[in-house]
Design a binder for this molecule. Structure first.
Ligand code: PHE
Length: 449
């Protein structure tokens, strides 16, 4: 089986496309809003710098050395007698679980694009709230329709493969997304709300930082960098031969962080300009933002369209990286054709995704909940807070303790230079696994922060 290789820029854009997603533009701003701004942002930045970046280098390294799907890569690289490490490769399946709800949210975004074109923006907050709540609570057919459209778009790109599908779409959508977001930022900078947004995001209010905020910041830094489920690993299996892992990981981490901060600044500038509250939860970009943009007249409609378009681009480029690992696994290990693998995986998450969206509806909510928790939330919580940190833990233990030191130094040491390499090695061996272990134990209620 031959694995296709990305071009250098293609790999950077694909990995950045995976990292920059709904996590940056939808989740990061509303979490920042909910957890009080500056202090949360600071913890998030520190985690990215000290844990996220190191684990990204480690995950890329496994892919670049293994040159195969997640399971085969772990199996090839595990020392003799420890081949059971291949089971760590099943982290690729996290992507399918994430896709169940991720695709539903992409569906909402497509629906918003459609309604903004056909009927403009809501005039009042009540109207915006009603629109969002009706969509999520009652409009089953519309949600299934747009979720299905999202499944088809994503499936088609993955079906086209690494070069003709994934690389090509990322080379188009990522620059487009950046142009839109930076354009919106330039406009936001002219608003009075911009200063307030800066203060809100960068002046830490420590009293707001409770243990929950801390844990969510750590968990989110994994989610936003696409770590711990084999997306970065699978892409790195197609790493061009002479590419530097360190350099690419750095660029990807930097871009991901920058775009989250820009998205936050844009959204909060608009919100503060009209005195809206930042702590709105997941409805922030679906309820508050459209209402606020209505105040800008026609310009607002254009802004809204551009914003949701950027959101859709970000979502789709991440979604393909959630599906690709398992598709690659089925091709490598079970000799599936790409088309069959895509069909099977798409069907599974399409079906479970319908369960997830039903769990928010008024009519089916009860049936689709377990212990009072909607299926949607269960899927999100399990992946975001448990499975991704677990995957990150396995990756850092594998690279820090099982791969031969000489092999690590040969690649990463050569790229980083000895000093930085030592810091990275320390992080992968001690800081990352301990922090992640601590976090998982805390979530499972074994220890109390
Ligand atoms: N990083 C993506 C985001 O921020 C989500 C994602 C997680 C994608 C894990 C791939 C793997 O939305």
């Amino acid at each position: 089986m031959k694995i296709q290789r990305f071009s250098k820029i293609g790999f950077i854009m694909a990995a950045a496309g995976s990292a920059v997603g709904l996590g940056n533009i939808w989740k990061f701003p509303y979490m920042t809003g909910e957890y009080g701004g500056g202090a949360f942002v600071l913890v998030y930045l520190i985690t990215i710098a000290f844990i996220g970046f190191s684990v990204m280098v480690a995950e890329m390294l496994i892919g670049a050395l293994g040159r195969a799907d997640t399971v085969t890569s772990f199996e090839r690289l595990a020392p003799p007698g420890k081949k059971w490490w291949k089971y760590a490769g099943f982290m690729g399946f996290n992507g399918v679980i994430i896709m169940t709800f991720y695709s539903v949210v992409i569906g909402w975004i497509l629906y918003y694009l459609f309604t903004i074109v056909t009927s403009g923006l809501p005039e009042t907050t009540e109207e915006a709230k009603r629109a969002f709540n009706t969509l999520v609570g009652d409009q089953i057919a519309a949600q299934i329709f747009f979720h299905t459209v999202s499944v088809i778009i994503v499936g088609y790109i993955v079906y086209r493969g690494i070069k003709a599908g994934i690389e090509r779409i990322n080379l188009i959508l990522m620059p487009a997304l950046m142009v839109i977001l930076f354009g919106l930022l330039l406009y936001a900078m002219t608003l009075d709300g911009f200063r307030e947004a800066l203060a809100f995001m960068f002046e830490p209010k420590w009293e707001k930082l409770n243990s929950e905020a801390l844990i969510r910041a750590v968990g989110h830094s994994f989610f936003t960098l696409s770590l711990g489920m084999g997306a970065i690993l699978t892409y790195a299996a197609s790493l061009p031969k002479d590419a530097s892992i360190t350099q690419t990981a750095f660029i990807v981490t930097f871009m991901d962080t920058l775009i989250a901060l820009v998205a936050g600044l844009v959204i909060f500038s608009f919100l503060f300009q009209f005195g809206a509250e930042p702590g709105q939860g997941p409805g922030l970009v679906f309820i508050s933002l459209p209402t606020i943009l209505h105040n800008f007249g026609t310009l607002g409609v254009i802004f809204a369209l551009l914003f949701f378009l950027a959101l859709a681009f970000a979502g789709v480029t991440s979604a393909i990286s959630l599906v690709e690992p398992v598709v690659q696994y089925l091709i490598d290990r079970f000799h599936f054709t790409r088309g069959k693998a895509v069909l099977l995986i798409s069907f599974i998450y399409w079906l479970v995704g319908i369960g997830a969206l039903l769990s928010y509806t008024n009519s089916w909510g009860k049936v689709m909940s377990v212990g009072g928790k909607p299926l949607f939330d269960i899927l999100e919580y399990t992946t975001d807070s448990i499975l991704l940190p677990l995957g990150g833990f396995l990756i850092s233990v594998f690279v820090g303790y099982l791969l031969p030191k000489s092999q690590l130094f040969a690649q990463i040491g050569r790229e980083m230079g000895e000093r930085a390499y030592r810091v990275w090695y320390f992080s992968v061996r001690y800081i990352a696994p301990l922090a992640l272990l601590f976090m998982m134990l805390n979530l499972m209620g074994v220890i109390e922060l």
